[in-house]
Design a protein around this ligand. Structure first.
Ligand SMILES: [Mg+2]
Length: 235
């Protein structure tokens, strides 16, 4: 009996109720639902293999080529950037917290965790993502204004500005952070109106780059560039 015939016989037997169905296994029981432990291991491999860094640079280089091409063609050309995992890397915290998120609490035992994000951000020690820093420097050489638009709160303005400066970002045109009275259902609901406000000031946003789809949703940019981030999701 060939494989095809054997399969057909088995199918007939199952349809007739002659044999038990195989026990479901995880994944098969819930198609599309990933195992968190497997996802964690895959995320670590993605980072540690160097593929994450390569993909970051690839996207930022595509943005750089577009910005350099477009800058001289519009009035007041502008680049909008998210901050976390777009301009600055929080990898030491992601790793220490095993991809968990602790908003409050100390961050005084790195590289061991736990590390609270507010405490980490107050240290202003996050490193620049190299591809993004290259993009910013190239954009500024071409007369492009750079705005940072972040979901970080206004209370973190001084530390965030210090961190951007220490990481190598200079001469930006604006830093938009969330005010205490501006909660929105999603990051997109906050960021898209900010871009509209930048445009209302006479700037032409030729590129918007972020690591979350919510950084880019809602228009108000000629082109969008999505960096990889398999480590967390901000809706
Ligand atoms: Mg981000």
């Amino acid at each position: 009996m060939g494989l095809r015939a054997a399969g057909a016989a088995c199918l007939v037997a199952l349809m007739a109720g002659c044999g038990p169905l195989p026990a479901p296994v995880d994944g098969a029981a819930s198609p599309g639902l990933v195992n968190v432990g497997d996802a964690r291991a895959a995320a670590m491999r993605y980072h540690d293999s160097g593929a994450y860094d390569r993909d970051l640079v690839r996207v930022a280089e595509a943005a750089r080529r577009w910005v350099e091409e477009r800058a001289g063609q519009v009035a007041r050309p502008t680049l909008v950037l998210d901050i976390d995992e777009t301009s600055l890397s929080n990898w030491p915290v992601m790793k220490a917290d095993d991809f968990g998120y602790f908003r409050t609490g100390a961050c005084d035992s790195l590289p061991a965790g736990p590390c609270g994000y507010l405490a980490w951000e107050s240290r202003a020690e996050a490193a620049a993502l190299p591809g993004t820093l290259t993009l910013v420097n190239a954009a500024q050489r071409h007369g492009v204004a750079v705005f940072f638009v972040s979901g970080r709160g206004e209370a973190e303005r001084a530390a965030t500005a210090d961190n951007l400066t220490h990481a190598g970002y200079r001469g930006w045109a604006g830093l938009y952070l969330r005010g205490p009275g501006t909660p929105t259902a999603s990051a997109a609901d906050y960021k898209a109106p900010v871009r509209a406000a930048i445009e209302a000031r006479g700037y032409t946003i030729i590129a918007n780059m972020g690591d979350q789809p919510s950084d880019l949703a809602g228009g108000h940019a000629e082109r969008t560039f999505l960096l990889p981030n398999p480590f967390y999701r901000i809706n």
